[in-house]
Design a protein around this ligand. Structure first.
Ligand code: PAF
Length: 278
């Protein structure tokens, strides 16, 4: 597995490849969720490349950029074990050199849910993803369904900007007790870790009610709120039942809908979701 630290090095290596390339963009501190993206790319593509870059522009000044968990040596071991072909680990100066002034913004979709709580977040995500797509020129790029809004925003961006890449979403990977895997789970105290199971309980409830024939979106949202209220360590950020494509809140489920929530446990904010397809 080749490890490139500069865009120029990566490009020189990439120039030799004409077969299908799959990109797995990450911020490192890898877990099974990331590895499931790598495996999907290995299944679909001749070459699999990954990036490890904790992207400063998607963190607000109040967020956890400086403390975001990092373990490059372990990440490289994991990627090597999955037979990833090459990894790009750029510095922040390499991606955003002095005088950097260009950003990509998707309107509308980014105003809701995560975007309402984190107003500058998606501008940072779309900018870095667009840059990585330009640098790496993959035929396919893999994203986790856990960040469902990110997936929808990236799909919108590549569609609107005619980027010749297929965006592939992969299912959420969960711990045995149901907690969605996230690099941020490491921040949780044992008590918060236990309390955080309320997220997957909400998701399972939404799925069960939907399977039982409930189509009243307000009733499902209200029940998610009630379940979170019963957990003393949990502080709700948002609970949503929205159209899966537009992310507009709905009253009734008539088309694929995204049930999603963001909840704080102390200073750690976790998200989870499920798609309900009639
Ligand atoms: O999902 C992530 O880890 C990040 O948002 C991404 C897509 C790697 C962009 O920094």
């Amino acid at each position: 597995m080749l490890v490139h630290r500069t865009i120029a090095d990566f490009r020189a290596w990439r120039a030799a490849w004409s077969g299908s390339v799959g990109l797995v963009p990450t911020m490192g501190y890898l877990h099974e969720g990331h590895l499931s993206l790598v495996r999907a790319s290995k299944r679909d593509c001749a070459i699999t490349v990954a990036t490890i870059f904790v992207n400063p522009t998607q963190f607000a000044p109040t967020e956890d950029l400086s403390t975001y968990p990092r373990d490059e040596a372990r990440d490289l071991d994991l990627l090597k074990a999955e037979r990833v072909d090459a990894v790009l680990i750029p510095t922040a100066d390499e991606i955003y050199p002095d005088g950097y002034a260009t950003y990509v913004e998707v309107e509308g979709l980014t105003a809701r849910l995560e975007g309402a709580s984190r107003p500058t977040h998606f501008r940072g995500v779309t900018t870095v993803v667009m840059k990585l797509l330009q640098i790496m020129r993959p035929q396919r790029a893999y994203f986790g369904q856990k960040d469902a809004q990110q997936l929808a925003v990236v799909r919108r961006m590549v569609h609107d900007l005619n980027v010749p890449v297929e965006i592939i979403g992969q299912p959420i990977v969960r711990e045995p007790d149901g907690l969605a895997m996230s690099s941020r789970n490491v921040y949780l105290t044992p008590e918060q870790r236990q309390a955080a199971l309320v997220l997957s309980r909400c998701v399972r409830m939404a799925e069960q009610w939907f399977t039982d024939g409930v189509r009243d979106a307000t009733a499902i949202r209200d029940e998610m709120h009630a379940m979170i209220a019963e957990e003393p360590l949990a502080e709700v950020d948002y609970v949503s039942l929205a159209d899966a494509e537009t992310l507009q809140e709905i009253d009734h489920i008539e088309a694929p809908a995204l049930a999603s929530l963001a909840v704080r446990f102390g200073s750690t904010r976790l998200i989870d979701n499920t798609t309900l397809t009639p």
